[in-house]
Write a protein that binds this ligand. Structure first.
Ligand code: 0O2
Length: 228
């Protein structure tokens, strides 16, 4: 996106301020708070149930250029107050799970912690985007304690399976390439892959359920009816 030089200058002035650095440090701290919560949940479940619902956690703070781009795209003013009020995803955590059920379990466990406030949920698994994008998004607010104050900070938590993440990474790469040949065909292929992945995730989930069923039950150690 071509950005007006005057706006770029205004943003450069903003990010040269100590207050900008402090705000970014606050977002980094919020990422650590929520990241630790997720790691604790995963460690406990690994011990108690012998299963780790989370296969990996990635964190990122939005790049300055993306902060500016989003403020402009949404028609918001360029200020620290505007970043805090309008951008929900400066602090971002991506949680990668093996199974779809784990996504909802992790989301439930995080949401019920009494210092977490869920601001917004976007369930792109139940309602995928037209391009095939699937992921479970939560905007949460977490209190972070600094030397003189406690501040509620927003964090975007994206929870998805390994397969959904694989798809989203490739689609993201293609989205930012402007000279993609056969863009329409690639878009269709990607949508097709997204549907195949969703079907495979579902089948893997059913296989796990079959393996977990108690000995002697109708489903014990059988994947009958699961594999096509
Ligand atoms: P980045 O930082 O490059 O990841 P909102 O934040 O709610 O005001 P937004 O941004 O439309 O509005 O929210 P949404 O739909 O929840 O998307 C937030 C993030 O989800 C995006 O961040 C992407 O990381 C991811 N995402 C959403 N849709 C797609 C998609 O179609 N493909 C892929 N690969 N990722 C997607 P950003 O803002 O794009 O930036």
């Amino acid at each position: 996106m071509a950005v007006d030089k005057r706006i770029t200058k205004e943003f450069d002035k903003l990010r040269a301020q100590k207050e900008y650095e402090i705000l970014m440090m606050r977002y980094d701290s919020a990422i650590r708070e929520v990241g630790t919560k997720l790691e604790i949940l995963n460690s406990e479940l690994a011990l108690v149930s012998d299963e780790s619902p989370i296969s990996s956690i990635q964190t990122r703070r939005k790049k300055d250029a993306s902060i500016l781009e989003k403020l402009i795209r949404q028609g918001n003013e360029i200020s620290l107050e505007s970043i805090e009020a309008n951008l929900n995803d400066v602090a971002g955590i991506r949680v990668i799970c093996s199974f779809v059920d784990d996504i909802y379990e992790v989301a439930r466990m995080l949401a019920r912690q009494d210092d977490i406030t869920v601001i917004m949920i976007k369930d792109y698994i139940k309602k995928p985007k037209p391009n095939g994008y699937r992921s479970y998004h939560m905007i949460v607010e977490v209190p972070v304690f600094f030397s003189n104050e406690k501040r509620p900070m927003r964090v975007e938590v994206q929870i998805r399976t390994v397969a959904m993440n694989f798809w989203a990474s490739l689609e993201h790469q293609i989205k930012y390439k402007h000279d993609v040949k056969q863009a329409e065909k690639i878009g269709k292929d990607l949508k097709d892959c997204a549907d195949t992945i969703a079907n495979t995730d579902l089948r893997m989930q059913k296989i796990r359920e079959a393996l977990k069923a108690p000995e002697g039950s109708e489903f014990s150690n059988t994947t009958e009816g699961v594999l096509e």
